[in-house]
Write a protein that binds this ligand. Sequence first.
Ligand code: HEM
Length: 370
Amino acid sequence: MVFSSALSAFVLALPLLAVNAARTKRSLCPDGKNTAVNKACCALFPVVDDIVDNLFTNECGDSAHGALRLVFHDAIGISPTAGGGGADGSIATFNATELTFPANLGIDDILDDLGPFLLKHAATVSPGDFIQLAGAVSLVQCPGAPRIPFFSGRAQPKAASPPNLVPQPTDDVTSILERFASVGFSPAEVVAVVGGSHSVAGADDIVPNFQGIPFDQTPSQFDTQIFVDVLLHGTNFTDNGGPQSGESETAVAGTVRLQSDGLLARDPRTACTWQSFVNEQSKMAEAFGAAVLKLSFLGQNQHELTDCSEVIPQAIPVNFGPATFPPTKSIKDIDESCNTAKFPDLRTQPGPATTIAPIPQAESTSGSSS
Ligand code: HEM
């Protein structure tokens, strides 16, 4: 009896094993170079190679940052009441409309940078797929960032997004949380996706006359430093005569803090999640990766898309140390905003206060080399 039930379990298990084996068998792509489990994904390898080498130039720099921002500004263009196609590429195809939205300030420069590559690969990849693919590939240019899945098969966008769906840095926490909640994001997911993305980010437009002003001390690393820097008591951004609309005072010279980031870090609904990411690299990367993947499915049916995650290059492992207080700063300089947990113990960087250098700007790319 024991033998026969063990045997039947074995027999039942066989077809499953066979399916799994079939699913993991890699075939050589027509390029004779890459292999893929799903041959339908083969055509994406040259697109990935092109954007890594010629758009991002293997760096977690301005182009990679811009590609990540574009993921959000395309995907969030959907609402249960106003409509919109979400992650459909409408921000590129219908840019004449969407670039007039105030929240899309600066997206014109990002489209100038990415657009030639999107057009060049238009026969292979739809605009919606291209934006999500570039976003996933941008992350693996940044040490510490997660390698997120990529699903292909988004249809051509049908119309521009309705206005007023992209959050603005001048928005209060209630409206930011409500906007995200309307498309299924919890406050914790909002903190993960906003804080995580702004760890590899800066401002090119909201600080008048300045470009590439980082949001934290380490804009080329996907790390948890942003969750510290945004909680420091403020002092003026030194060079522009003080905070402008949508930015607030910041304690690290050379950086700028979005007013909305500052509020999310201090609001009772979000402050403990914000603080919980300090020095919790894996937890932050995982929560951020899951939230970005969720963005990529807005307006899409995942079951109608093809999993082409295998074309995304390997992530760059963490090659940096823990988060720190900037020189001369300590826990006394932190706005402790979480009532239920102590702020983690951090080391203070040695030496006098420093000024963080701007992020070098992307040179205009032609997208013509392959
Ligand atoms: C409350 C939500 C958010 C607000 C208010 C916000 C606002 C902003 C603003 C004002 C900038 C600077 C624009 C400029 O002057 O160039 C910026 C940059 C950026 N944002 Fe956000 N953002 C939000 C959420 C997100 C999310 C969810 C992502 C990605 C998943 C993201 C990714 C980025 C990136 C990567 C940059 C840097 C772009 C570059 O350097 O070119 N943001 N954001």
